[in-house]
Design a protein around this ligand. Structure first.
Ligand code: C5P
Length: 247
């Protein structure tokens, strides 16, 4: 396997979510910050990083009617466009299939949530640099950007009673883009599909599927600007910090 470079790497920007928690009547990726969609900002960061020659965007299945502006943004960025699935994982699979169908020869993918629209290029660089590196558990085929956890975190039972307090020093909050060797990711997905439904349901993201397959998953430093636009409060923060009228 050759080492990761722009020529053999694709960025997948996941923009097929509905964003119900944001309380906007349009798909989250189409929400605007100072006139530009979140997808436009996310693509700007991915392209500015220069980590990949290939970009795939997953959009809502009815996008030509519900969000044609996303198709325009993706086309302007020269991205391959594909309809996402019902879940984030299904959208990842759709994007990997689109790369295969278009016969784009990539060995590595960086999977990015469009909702983390203001992720600086340096995060992409750190993730790509980690791929293919040596760890005490072998060659690294999965890399995730993380931040230290600042809040104390509790586990609770169904009645809301505290059952434990995990050590904050060992916890990290996970961001995107998350980088993977494509062959290892496909093998991890295949393995997840063969698990009983109740076990497979617990594997909610690609890094978990890799962990479950016994692959070392390396963490690198994330960035506060890579926060996920999820709630109306996040959108207010984004509008205050980013875009033309930001100070
Ligand atoms: O819903 P959540 O914010 O966790 O979604 C994370 C990212 O995955 C978002 O950028 C969203 O657009 C994308 N997604 C997707 N397909 C889905 C669900 C989410 O592409 N079915």
């Amino acid at each position: 396997m050759s080492s990761a470079s722009a020529a053999n790497t694709a960025v997948i920007v996941l923009a097929a979510g509905s964003g119900t928690r944001l309380g906007e009547p349009i798909p989250k990726a189409a929400v605007r910050v100072h006139g530009r969609t979140l997808l436009d900002y996310a693509l700007e960061g991915a392209l500015a990083s220069g980590v990949a020659e290939h970009v795939v965007v997953t959009v809502p299945a009815d996008c030509s009617v519900s969000c044609p502006e996303l198709l325009e943004d993706a086309r302007r960025a020269g991205a391959l466009i594909t309809a996402g699935g019902d879940t984030r994982t299904a959208s990842v699979v759709a994007a990997l299939d689109a790369l295969k169908d278009a016969q784009v020869p990539v060995d590595y993918v960086l999977i990015h949530d469009c909702a983390r629209a203001f992720t600086p290029p340096q995060v992409y660089h750190r993730v790509l640099a980690g791929l293919g590196s040596e760890s005490s558990q072998g060659v690294v085929r999965a890399v995730i950007p993380v931040l230290p956890v600042v809040d104390t975190v509790k586990t609770v039972d169904s009645a809301g009673l505290v059952t434990g307090t995990p050590s904050r020093a060992q916890m990290r909050a996970v961001q995107t883009p998350q980088g993977f060797e494509v062959a290892a990711l496909l093998a991890a997905h295949e393995r997840s599909r063969s698990l009983p439904a109740e076990e497979a349901e617990l594997l909610t993201d690609d890094a978990m599927a890799m962990e479950a397959a016994g692959e070392p998953v390396l963490t690198v430093a994330g960035d506060a600007d890579a926060f996920k636009v999820t709630t109306p409060m996040d959108l207010r923060v984004a509008r205050a910090l980013f875009g033309d009228s930001a100070a």
